[in-house]
Design a protein around this ligand. Structure first.
Ligand SMILES: [Ca+2]
Ligand SMILES: [Ca+2]
Length: 421
């Protein structure tokens, strides 16, 4: 589990950086965890349905991916895929031969649809007439996988034996596209120091006006380490951001001991009220006890002090006295800590990442830093501190990534390198 979470975090950071220019292309919507635990076929007029949410209005759905395999001596040779809108009205239907897409092994099949525009929630229904084993992911679900029937189109009561609805995700995914953003970048100042930071300017446009944000990554040319990153949020159809890098890198120290370089994000432009206390964040994995690992963000103040630990579900495992005194000033910290902090002193562990951009796709060069046992007390910030030190002398690349609300992502490497002297 721990390994999976870690590689997930690293993958999210680096997939977007690996290529020089990733063109905006297909986006895949998935609610399963991509690992199969079971398979099921259904007969009669029943079908496997998944309720999707379109990432943007008028999103073009163009393909459906289904994990399945043929049922031996099946009563039916064909399958039907239907796309319904949220009122269960038919938007599109495809009928084809099951053996043209599925075989005797469980594998993903991609079925082309004539491009259909979807908005809000829409439904993909797969009718296989007891001819295809539908792959099932049995992780806790949000109830998006349902049973459907036609004539009239309707959602049926759940009636799968040995499969609870809240533990069933049909492995059906939606693939589509929408207009993605475009970006141009300029290195305005190409040497970096505390006094004269390097400056990179990004100008962004998006034809359908759903920009989300722009992120800059500074990468050490020699070691491929991501030494700095900063995100600027955006909306609408155009925007401009100027990034400033003072030629510094991040390290983590625990109990006064330097544990090494880590990947951290500069949030200074993001959180107005608590900005000073949440100035930097670092993706991490927390091991609260032997059986519970979760990915999280550790937040640090401008002074480097550890101020908060929030997991990927939004649960706060640690809040410092400084944060509480701003958010809930009347609350007594000792009493708050006793009832709310889930970090166990001298037992819980935290692991950071020294993230690298691989030179090749198959390279996985990122390193873990830790695990570090959280000693100290909540009031002493568990003796964890983010340090900033000068970057090594050498050349650095600026990579700028732009995203829109429809999950389109585009990354560019600036033409000019940045020098630390
Ligand atoms: Ca699974
Ligand atoms: Ca867009």
């Amino acid at each position: 589990m721990m390994l999976m979470i870690r590689s997930l975090i690293i993958a999210t950071i680096i997939t977007l950086l690996a290529a020089n220019c990733v063109s905006a292309s297909m986006v895949r919507l998935a609610y399963d965890d991509r690992s199969i635990e079971d398979a099921a076929w259904i007969d009669g007029q029943r079908g496997h349905g998944v309720i999707f949410t379109a990432p943007a209005d008028n999103w073009s759905l163009s393909q459906v991916a289904i994990l399945g395999k043929l049922v031996e001596s099946s009563p039916s040779e064909i399958f039907v895929i239907e796309v319904w809108d949220q009122n269960l009205s038919l938007l599109c239907r495809t009928t084809d031969k099951a053996s043209s897409y599925f075989n005797d092994n469980l594998s993903w099949s991609i079925i082309d649809l004539p491009d259909v525009r979807v908005s809000d929630n829409f439904l993909i229904s797969f009718f296989e007439f007891a001819g295809v084993w539908q792959g099932v992911d049995k992780s806790p679900s949000s109830g998006r996988s349902i049973l459907v029937s036609r004539n009239p189109n309707r959602i049926l009561n759940w009636s799968m034996q040995n499969s609870a609805q809240n533990q069933t995700n049909w492995m059906i995914q939606a693939i589509g596209h929408s207009p993605g953003p475009e970006i141009s970048i300029a290195v305005v100042s190409d040497t970096a120091s505390e006094k004269n930071p390097a400056k990179v300017k990004a100008m962004v446009t998006d034809p359908d006006g759903n920009l989300k944000g722009v992120t800059e990554y500074i990468v050490d040319n020699r070691t491929r380490e991501i030494v700095w990153s900063q995100t600027v949020q955006m909306e609408g159809s155009s925007g401009e951001a100027e990034f400033s890098w003072p030629g510094t890198i991040f390290r983590i120290s625990a109990n006064g001991q330097d544990k090494g370089k880590i990947y951290a994000i500069n949030n200074q432009a993001q959180v107005p009220n608590l900005g000073r206390l949440l100035a930097y964040s670092a993706p991490c994995i927390i091991e609260l006890n032997e059986s519970e690992n979760v990915s999280a963000q550790a937040y640090f103040g401008e002074d480097g002090l550890f101020n908060a630990l929030i997991d990927s579900r939004g649960i706060a495992h640690y809040i410092s006295p400084e944060i509480l005194s701003i958010t809930v000033p009347e609350r007594d910290y000792e009493e708050f800590a006793k009832n709310n902090i889930t970090v166990i002193k001298d037992k819980s562990k935290i692991e950071f990442i020294n993230a690298k951009v691989p030179a090749r796709q198959d390279e996985q060069a990122s390193e873990k830093v830790g695990p570090i046992v959280l000693s100290g007390t909540p009031s002493s910030h568990y003796e964890l501190q983010l340090l900033r030190s000068n970057a090594d002398i050498g050349e650095y690349n600026a990579i700028v990534k732009v995203e829109d609300m429809a999950s389109n992502v585009l990354s560019y490497i600036a033409g000019k390198t940045i020098t630390v002297k």
